[in-house]
Design a protein around this ligand. Structure first.
Ligand code: KG4
Ligand code: ZN
Length: 332
């Protein structure tokens, strides 16, 4: 069975084809990073316009030599995300479904991230914990089984990727801030600035990143000018504080739940310091850690096509809008 997947929840236009027998057989992604770069963040209206312009080309690129008629079902991200961009993916999916007379499966983007580690055939036994860290989410999820998820912890304010992006902007770096901060942090001293590690000792698995970002702002305001060395020290100290909180909280969740596996997902999962710290944790707790390839950690349609292939019992011929900006994981 071949499932077409479409992803347009934010600033990536992505289409993929997943064959239940052969695995991933086609994939194309266009990232709008350059478009939003000069604004330091995603501008929803510009994102929608760009999805409109790119989606047909990306669809053909992903399709390659595969015949349109061999598509059996169409899965698309219906939320959470930006409503305007979600509607473009949904309308494209619906148009195709009508033309090809194939059923539709609206899927949850977060559930796509949760299942992404398995689309290449990797194995990890349920239950396990997922640390989903991106520009929009900072979540610790107990993945008990397919379709059975419990959010153990989340950010009470900014997502961790959002904090990376805002701090980068504060010190004059480009967007997205995560990779920029990571690069410059290599030359800095992580102990130069004592930035707070919010909620480190709270008795739950929640995060808070806005205070950390504000303390960087205060540090910057106290400086007369930001030399390259100081910029590097800020990056290293901020990265150290942000990753430390993530790792401490996931460590607490692993110990309390007794789970023996962890998956890293979302754009921030690309961060090398975070990966190093998780590797150390893996050794000390004797657990398994799975890092999907970066291309499948960040937003992509392969995870949507794969998830759709697991949900073929939900495929329907009804043309009805399911797009929604908020869609809590596990809810219908
Ligand atoms: O998952 P993603 O591509 O898109 C969504 O937000 O859904 O994640 C993008 C986020 C941005 O905030 C970006 O700054 C962050 O991931 N990011 C990183 C790194 N690469 C991307 N943060 C820290 N270190 C990185 N190497
Ligand atoms: Zn995402």
């Amino acid at each position: 069975m071949i499932t077409l997947g479409i992803e347009t929840s934010c600033d990536e236009t992505a289409v993929a084809l997943y064959d239940s027998g052969k695995g991933l057989i086609g994939e194309a992604v266009f990232s709008q990073i350059e478009l939003h770069g000069e604004y330091g963040g995603v501008i929803p209206e510009l994102a929608s316009r760009d999805h409109c312009q790119k989606i047909t080309h990306i669809f053909h690129k992903a399709l390659g030599d595969t015949q349109l008629s061999s598509i059996d079902q169409i899965a698309y991200t219906a939320g959470p995300g930006l409503l305007g961009t979600l509607l473009i993916g949904e309308n494209f999916a619906q148009g195709l479904a009508l033309a090809l007379k194939k059923p539709l499966i609206p899927v949850n983007h977060l559930e796509g991230h949760l299942m992404a580690p398995f689309l290449g055939g990797e194995k990890l036994d349920f239950p396990f914990l997922t640390l989903l860290v991106s520009g929009g989410h900072s979540l610790i999820i107990d993945v008990k089984a397919f379709n059975d998820y419990e959010i153990l912890g989340q950010s009470r304010d900014d997502a961790v990727g959002e904090a990376f992006d805002k701090v980068a902007k504060l010190i004059g770096l480009g967007y997205p801030g995560g990779p920029e901060i990571e690069k410059i942090a290599q030359h800095g001293d992580p102990n130069k600035f004592q930035f707070p590690q919010p909620m480190l000792h709270s008795d739950d698995y929640d995060f808070s990143f806005s205070g950390l970002k504000t303390s960087v702002l205060y540090a910057v305001q106290d400086l007369e000018n930001i030399t390259q060395d100081i910029q590097a020290d800020i990056c290293a100290s901020f990265q150290q504080a942000a990753t430390e909180v993530l790792v401490k909280k996931i460590s607490k969740a692993l110990i309390d739940t007794g789970r023996e596996g962890i998956v890293l997902a979302g754009g921030v999962a690309a961060n090398k310091l975070l990966r190093e710290k998780i590797s150390t944790l893996q050794e000390s707790l004797n657990i398994r850690a799975l890092y999907p390839p970066i291309a499948h950690c960040t937003d992509n349609a392969a995870m949507i096509a794969y998830l759709g292939s697991l949900k073929s019992d939900e495929a329907t011929f009804h043309i009805k809008s399911h797009a929604r900006p908020r869609w809590p994981l596990g809810k219908k």
